[in-house]
Structures are given as structure tokens and as C-alpha cells.
Design a protein around this ligand. Structure first.
Ligand SMILES: [Zn+2]
Ligand SMILES: [Zn+2]
Length: 325
């Protein structure tokens, strides 16, 4: 795929930082007296200047004392805001092979099932009929892609959102032919307010924002506050499918029902693990009147091919369920 070819080192991080500070400084004092504003503006220019100098120093430092790639540990040859080498980025490939036409799960030949119109469906989608039309993901949630998502979420490496946004844009472009002519509303899966404050950002929203810069802005409108997480949910790791559903049930609410009524919604998240979270969001949106809900994520947990191949034929369906659960 071509998206990663466009990734190049950002050679002027100082400019970006400086600009950000000017915006921040001037925006905090919009209603103050002129004298105060003037002082603030001077302060901003000064801080822009010093951060530019600091940025040049940082770039020089990085050249003289290069950092290591946060994924593979090899030295970085380019100065970049994202501490990941080009080889690691290039290794994050889109998922290939047969996939479920609804949820995107990997399909294995003899266990492939078909819907009435001949589209391939996994056993789970055939039985449960998800509340979303289709879920698309760029890559498998493993290896470098998993680590890149963790860099953003847990290490606060925000420039990772730009690369993840490009990947999301690819997943969205798979869905776009299914959208109607009317503008679809893009809704990132929200964090609970406590988690949001702790992290300082919602990774799904950052990824959606950077993805939308690439996609046609005329057909997609970002609405980050249409959906709200009304309570904290515990980690889904280690829970059964039933427990996961119970864990997220009632945890989301639509803030402006009239805005959703009759609209097509594109739900965005970083990872699709079992689909329990996005299914609950989609259910709530549909109940508020959304005409259709689509799901786009950067990554998706997929059935392990190797593990699958080792098992006897009659055990594979159970594994498929366990992988979903
Ligand atoms: Zn690397
Ligand atoms: Zn499926």
C-alpha cells in the first residue's frame, strides 16, 4: 500500500511547537484589557522564538546523538517527531486474505459461510447480526501496529496519531462506497471523563481528526461529542463474550438524539477487539434513530492462522467463538 510512502520526517518540529504556543497564549486572554493582551502577545512571540531556538537545538542534538526506534531499538537515521524507524512503519501492512464481509474477521476456507447474497460471513455475524452495517480495519492488532497504538495511548506519543490516521483513512475508503450521498457523521468512541482527564486526549478522536484531513471533508463531518461514555468500564481483557457485553451495557448515551435521527454514522476507534464496544455504541445510536452505523478502526484482532491450522476440524468453530469472546 502506498500510504506509508508519504511518511517523512518532520524537519521543523520547533515551528509547530512555537505556533501551538502562540495560539494557546492568545486564546486564554481574549477578553482581557488591551495592555494585558499586548504583554501576552509579546510573551508569545518570545516563547515562539525561544522554542524555535530550542527546536533547532533539539534537531541538532538528535543529529549528533540520534535516538533509537521505540519499536525495534535500531538507531533512527532521520529527525522525526515520531520515534519509529521507516522499516518498522513499512512492516505494518494491511490485512490480506478472505474476510467476513460484515465484521472483517479472518475466514478459513472450509468454515466460510455465506449470506443470502453470496457475501462471505463468519459464523458469529450469521447468528448475531451486528447492529452495524460493516466494520473495516486497516491491519491486524499485533506486532508493530499494536506497539504503535500503545505508543499513542500509553506513552502519549501524539505524532503516532498521524500515521494511524492515514491507516484509518484507508479503512474508511473501503466503507465510503456504501455511504449515501448525504454527509455521514464521524463519531469517535468516547472515553469516560475520568480516563480522558488522565490521558489528556481521546486517541480515537485524534486518529479520526488526522484521518479526516486525508479523506474528502465534503462527505464526512466529525462530531466528537455526539456520543458520551456515562460510566467507567473495566478492562475487557480476560472477560467472556457475555461478561464483555454486560461490562459495556448502558455505558454509552447519545447527547443530541435529534442530530442522529435518520443519519448515517461512522464510528471510529483505535482497535476492534471483539466488537462488543462498537456494537454497544452502534446499538445506542440506532436506538436514537441513526439510519445506519459503519465502523472503522486502525487495527483488528484476528484469529491466529497458525493456531487454527493445528487444531482438529471440529474444534475450529469453538476457537472462532473464543476469539470473538
Ligand atoms: Zn524500528
Ligand atoms: Zn463476521
Amino acid at each position: 500500500m502506498t500510504i506509508l510512502k508519504g511518511i517523512r520526517p518532520v524537519d521543523a518540529p520547533a515551528t509547530a511547537t512555537g505556533r501551538g504556543r502562540i495560539v494557546f497564549s492568545s486564546s486564554v486572554t481574549p477578553t482581557r484589557a488591551t495592555g494585558t493582551t499586548a504583554i501576552t502577545r509579546e510573551g508569545s512571540l518570545f516563547s515562539a522564538f525561544t522554542s524555535a531556538v530550542n527546536g533547532v537545538a533539539a534537531a541538532l542534538f538528535a543529529t549528533l546523538f540520534p535516538a533509537d526506534c521505540r519499536l525495534c531499538g535500531n538507531p533512527l537515521r532521520n529527525v522525526s517527531r515520531l520515534p519509529v524507524c521507516n522499516e518498522c512503519l513499512a512492516a505494518m501492512r494491511p490485512v490480506a486474505g478472505a474476510r467476513c464481509s460484515v465484521c472483517g474477521e479472518r475466514l478459513d476456507g472450509p468454515y466460510r459461510l455465506s449470506s443470502g447474497n453470496g457475501d462471505a460471513l463468519c459464523g458469529l455475524c450469521r447468528r448475531l447480526e451486528p447492529p452495524f452495517v460493516k466494520a473495516a480495519a486497516y491491519g491486524s492488532y499485533e506486532g508493530g501496529l499494536r506497539e504503535l497504538i500503545h505508543l499513542l495511548k500509553y506513552d502519549q506519543v501524539r505524532p503516532a496519531a498521524n500515521v494511524l490516521g492515514r491507516m484509518l483513512a484507508e479503512a474508511v475508503s473501503d466503507l465510503q462506497p456504501l455511504f449515501s450521498d448525504r454527509m455521514a457523521l464521524v463519531v469517535p468512541v468516547p472515553l469516560y471523563v475520568g480516563r480522558f482527564r488522565q490521558r489528556g486526549f481521546n486517541q480515537a478522536e485524534l486518529i479520526a481528526r488526522s484521518g479526516l484531513k486525508i479523506l474528502s471533508a465534503t462527505s464526512l463531518e466529525l462530531r466528537p461529542h455526539l456520543l458520551q461514555r456515562t460510566r467507567e468500564t473495566r478492562s475487557q481483557i480476560g472477560l467472556s463474550r457475555h461478561q464483555r457485553r454486560e461490562n459495556v451495557r448502558g455505558a454509552f448515551a447519545v447527547t443530541e438524539g435529534t442530530e442522529v435521527d435518520g443519519r448515517e454514522i461512522l464510528l471510529v476507534d483505535d482497535v476492534f477487539t471483539t466488537g462488543t464496544t462498537v456494537s454497544e455504541c452502534a446499538r445506542v445510536l440506532r436506538r436514537a434513530g441513526a439510519a445506519k452505523v459503519f465502523v472503522a478502526t486502525v487495527a483488528r484482532t484476528l484469529k491466529a492462522e497458525a493456531e487454527f491450522a493445528k487444531l482438529p476440524a471440529d474444534a475450529t468453530e469453538e476457537v472462532a467463538l473464543a476469539a470473538h469472546g
